[in-house]
Every structure is written in C-alpha cells, then in structure tokens.
Ligand binder design. Structure first.
Ligand SMILES: [Zn+2]
Length: 119
C-alpha cells in the first residue's frame, strides 16, 4: 500500500523518499541557509568595522568614500578628485601609507602650497 505523502514545501508527491520535503525544496532550504549565514557574517563584519572606527580612532579625511586608492608606478596613490592636477593626493608604499600621506595633504592650506611652489 502506497502512502500519498506530499512535500511540506511545494505539495508535490514524495513517493517513497524519506523526509517531509522534496529534493528541490531541500536544495532551496540549503541555499537559503547558506545565504542567511553569509548575510549574518557580512553584518557581523560591518559591526566590527564600525565599532573599530568609532572606538579605536577618530575619522580621518581618507575615510571619505570619494577617495580612490590606486597603484601608481611602484607606489600607491590615494586620490580625491578626478586626477592629480585638480585633486588632492597622497603617495606611499602601501595603501595605508598613501592614505596617511593623503590625510596630511588634506590639511595643507593654500598659502603653504604657494610657498612650496615658489621653491
Ligand atoms: Zn517541495
């Protein structure tokens, strides 16, 4: 005698397979679990980063989202603006060093810049 069991998810007949879910619903549930655990991991990472920023160090100019960190020859360049001519930039051996140089450049005032050009 065949028992007409149906999948709890989609209602399709299960035949002789064990369990309450069909193969397709099992697969979907596994994928959903995977996605959810990945999303949780991302949220945790964001929370850790946010906490790090708030508690360990104050915001720096290079935290600005419009800053680009790019390789430039054998250096890294941290750039704000369209290019080096019109933008503000810092250079360093590492992206971190480039961003620190950028942070310093950010606080140079125009008068100092004129003095440097005059040399
Ligand atoms: Zn199903």
């Amino acid at each position: 005698m065949t028992i007409n069991r149906k999948c709890k998810g989609c209602g399709s007949p299960l035949g002789n397979s064990a369990g309450a879910w069909c193969v397709e619903c099992n697969k979907n549930a596994a994928l959903r679990n995977l996605r959810e655990s990945r999303d949780r991991a991302i949220v945790t990472a964001i929370n850790i980063l946010t906490k790090y920023r708030v508690t360990v160090r104050p915001a720096r100019p290079s935290d600005n989202r419009e800053v680009k960190v790019l390789p430039d020859g054998n250096k890294w360049c941290c750039l704000h603006g369209d290019n080096l001519q019109v933008g503000i930039a810092g250079f360093g051996d590492t992206p971190e060093a480039a961003c620190l140089a950028f942070d310093n450049a950010w606080s140079i005032d125009a008068a100092e810049l004129d003095t440097a050009k005059g040399e």
